[in-house]
Design a protein around this ligand. Structure first.
Ligand code: 5AD
Ligand code: SF4
Length: 445
């Protein structure tokens, strides 16, 4: 009987996809997935350190394994991801959790096979964190679990050093994959029946900035959108400082590219944006939105916003609120600023008191929700194209998303997963839509 693996993932889409690659490595070694942690022979934690609560979460869950490891000493516990890459964190983990068997870094998860073999051979703890980024490894076949959606990395790392952000320290400098490798991967996915491809990078717009290719992001997007077949194309994350008109032009050219851009603004105050080292102003951001919506009137924008950054006054916060109203985001991820050791902002004076941060995040969430709700109501009576992703057994309904990421639910006698479904919207409930099928197109995998 094969040994079983269980992976716990924290953080963003990038990490979720990285876990698919970790699963690919484990399967290549002969491990099989188990849905039940208690029956696993190896448990891998793919951690995140972008905010303190993500770290606390991982700490809590790793700590809870002490008992399991005692009952089953042969169990291998491996911890990797962004957290182990943080300066001094491995020491903390080593002391706090002596039962961890393997520690690997986000910069060398590809070594996991070798590290597991070494652990089995030497029977002692293996710690191997790579300090600097290496060559991009292309030969790992991810084990994808999100059909009909597939993620494809185009860049790794980040060069921007926003003052609050730990990513450039733990993920290294920006590196771009070769365009031919990316195009080949997407061609293969489309041929296999995947219907939605999301290109991933911390700052997709600066694709090629490492000098490894002459191809710009807009050109890469054009090449990928020219692949035959019916599929949706998305990309994230765009950085407002680099979001150029040539990308909008390629979006105009190809209907396959979803009219939804994730463009994190972080703050509506130019003063705070400067302190964050974002390298654009409120006015420049609004100008970009105007250009996008003039050229593509149906386009929607989603964003990330941080409240309570050091020095943020009530006036600054109100500027964020006014920008949110002006742009009318389709949705927004909202965060309370979390100081990260080693970043510039962590040393800044004028910390915003926690009670003020809490008050601001509550007001902002309320505002964002009210905009999202108002947008939902506009869907009533309309027909939208949903890509069916899953069946919600609790609700007894199929679910999927429209090109703007809006969730749509419906009933069907047939399995619709992987099909594009035209849905007439009969009910809009907060952020979810409910409707009836008008017709379907696109065959399943
Ligand atoms: N505190 C709060 N939010 C943060 N983000 C990144 N670093 C921090 C931090 N230290 C948010 C940003 C980014 C998103 C992925 O996480 O909004 O766009
Ligand atoms: Fe962090 Fe800024 Fe890079 Fe995004 S662009 S990963 S926020 S440093």
């Amino acid at each position: 009987m094969s040994e079983k693996y269980f992976i716990v993932t924290y953080g963003c889409q990038m990490n979720v996809h990285e876990s698919e690659k970790i699963a690919g490595i484990l399967r290549r070694m002969g491990y099989e997935e188990t849905p039940n942690m208690e029956t696993a022979d190896i448990i891998v934690f793919n951690t995140c350190c972008i905010r303190e609560n993500a770290e606390n979460h991982a700490f809590g869950n790793i700590g809870a394994l002490k008992k399991m490891k005692k009952q089953n000493p042969a169990l291998i516990i491996a911890v990797g991801g962004c957290m182990t890459q943080e300066q001094g964190k491995t020491e903390v983990l080593k002391k706090k959790f002596p039962f961890i068997d393997i520690m690997f870094g986000a910069l060398n998860f590809e070594d996991l096979e070798f590290l597991i073999l070494r652990k089995k051979r030497e029977k002692k703890r293996v710690i191997a964190i790579r300090e600097t980024e290496g060559e991009i490894v292309e030969n790992i076949e991810p084990y994808r679990t999100s059909y009909p959606n597939a993620w494809v990395n185009i860049t790794y790392g980040c060069n921007n050093f926003c003052t609050y952000c730990i990513v450039p320290y733990v993920r290294g400098r920006e590196r771009s994959r070769k365009p031919e490798n990316i195009v080949a991967e997407v061609e293969k996915l489309v041929a296999e029946g995947y219907k939605e491809i999301t290109l991933l990078g911390q700052n997709v717009n600066s694709y090629g900035s490492d000098g490894s290719t002459e191809v710009t992001f807009a050109q890469l997007l054009d090449k990928i959108a020219s692949i035959e077949g019916k599929f949706r194309l998305r990309f994230m994350t765009s950085h407002p400082k680099d979001f150029t008109e040539d990308v909008v032009a390629v979006m105009e050219k190809h209907r396959k590219i979803c009219r939804l851009v994730h463009l994190p603004v972080q703050s509506g105050s130019s003063k705070i944006l400067k302190e964050m080292n974002r390298r654009y102003t409120r006015e420049k951001y609004l100008e970009e939105i105007r250009t996008l919506k003039t050229r593509l009137p149906e386009a929607e924008v989603t964003t990330d916003i941080i409240v309570g950054f050091p020095g943020e006054t009530e006036e600054d916060y109100l500027q964020t609120e006014s920008l949110v109203r002006e742009v009318d985001f389709a949705s927004a991820f909202t965060f309370v600023y979390s100081p990260r050791k080693g970043t510039k902002a962590a040393e800044m004076p004028n910390a915003v008191p926690e009670s003020v941060q809490k008050d601001r995040i509550m007001r902002l969430v309320e505002l964002v929700n009210s905009l999202t709700r108002a947008k939902s109501e506009k869907y009533l009576g309309k027909t939208v194209e949903i890509l069916c992703e899953d069946y919600d057994s609790k609700k007894g309904l199929y679910m999927g998303r429209d090109e703007f990421g809006r969730m749509g639910y419906f009933t069907s006698e047939e399995n619709r997963i992987g099909q594009f479904v035209s849905l007439k919207i009969t009910k809009a409930n907060g952020i979810s839509l409910f409707g009836e099928i008008e017709n379907t197109h696109g065959e399943r995998k």
